[in-house]
Design a protein around this ligand. Structure first.
Ligand SMILES: Nc1ncnc2c1ncn2[C@@H]1O[C@H](COP(=O)(O)OP(=O)(O)OP(=O)(O)O)[C@@H](O)[C@H]1O
Ligand SMILES: [Mg+2]
Length: 255
């Protein structure tokens, strides 16, 4: 079982889109996939058409130890999903911060999980307690990068933080994938940025680029993954190919 945190503290770079559509792509390749929405914005949950504000059982109940993971899972489109609920007041964070061993709550709650090939965690755009819980639970981090101006800005902060988490909380943690998102090969700037990202991350960068694709942005408002919404569009092709590369690269790492 591979547990992967999809994380970047920069907002709007494609974390949620990638968690959903990489998860759906892996499921199309017959993998058993669990998606965990760790973001109090609940974008992943809403993107499946699940009304996060009405939910009674969410990732927060799991973290607080009120419910077992099996009781929180919702099944949809061949995927298992642990939803988040909207936290407008910031209460969840306050409650989490008051817990003992608060960095390890998720790890402890998912300790006995089995039956999945992949568990993907959609992290919020912050290096706070939710992301920290993901990073103590997983061995792998995927970082989506939007191939635009300032893509690498803030990256040294993220890498430093990952380094601290490795040393202090989880020695097995590794950045195993960088995903270039919203790529447009016709834009010179996108190409230049991608070259910089390639130089910086070398073989950690996946070969597959996720192209800019309007259907990807539209699918969530229909509560669908890209494979249901528009199965032949560039977005579906790219995320399926990325899923294949993720599997192949993982097999190589294990071999
Ligand atoms: N390949 C793409 N083509 C077109 N639009 C995209 C693509 N990928 C993501 N988007 C759009 O970009 C916006 C940001 O994407 P997304 O919500 O996945 O980012 P995020 O990193 O999860 O954001 P946040 O930091 O707020 O959690 C969304 O409106 C999404 O639909
Ligand atoms: Mg998001």
């Amino acid at each position: 079982m591979r547990m992967i945190a999809v994380s970047n503290h920069k907002g709007g770079v494609g974390k949620t889109t990638t968690t959903i559509n990489l998860g759906a792509g892996l499921a199309r390749l017959d993998k058993k996939v669990l998606l965990v929405d760790l973001d109090p914005q609940a974008h992943l949950t809403y993107s499946f058409g699940i009304q996060a504000h009405d939910l009674e059982k969410t990732v927060f109940d799991l973290l607080m130890g009120k419910l077992d993971y099996n009781d929180v899972i919702i099944k949809k489109d061949g995927l298992s999903i642990i939803p988040s609920s909207l936290d407008l007041s910031g209460d969840y964070k306050k409650k989490l911060m008051s817990m003992d061993r608060r960095e390890y709550l998720l790890k402890e709650r998912l300790n006995s999980i089995n039956g999945y090939d992949f568990v993907l965690f959609d992290c919020p755009p912050a290096l706070g307690i939710f992301t920290l819980n993901a990073l103590t639970t997983v061995k792998e981090i995927f970082i989506p990068l939007q191939t635009e101006f300032l893509a690498l800005q803030g990256m040294s902060k993220l890498l430093k933080w990952v380094n601290i988490v490795q040393k202090k909380y989880n020695k097995d943690l590794q950045i195993t994938g960088i995903i270039a998102t919203r790529y447009n090969h016709r834009k010179r700037l996108n190409k230049e940025i991608l070259e910089k990202v390639e130089k910086y991350f070398q073989d950690k960068l996946f070969h597959i680029r996720i192209r800019e694709n309007i259907a990807i942005a539209e699918a969530p408002s229909f509560g669908q993954t890209i494979f249901e919404y528009s199965p032949h569009c560039n977005g579906a092709v790219d995320y399926l190919n990325l899923s294949k590369e993720v599997i192949e690269k993982g097999d190589k790492n294990v071999a």
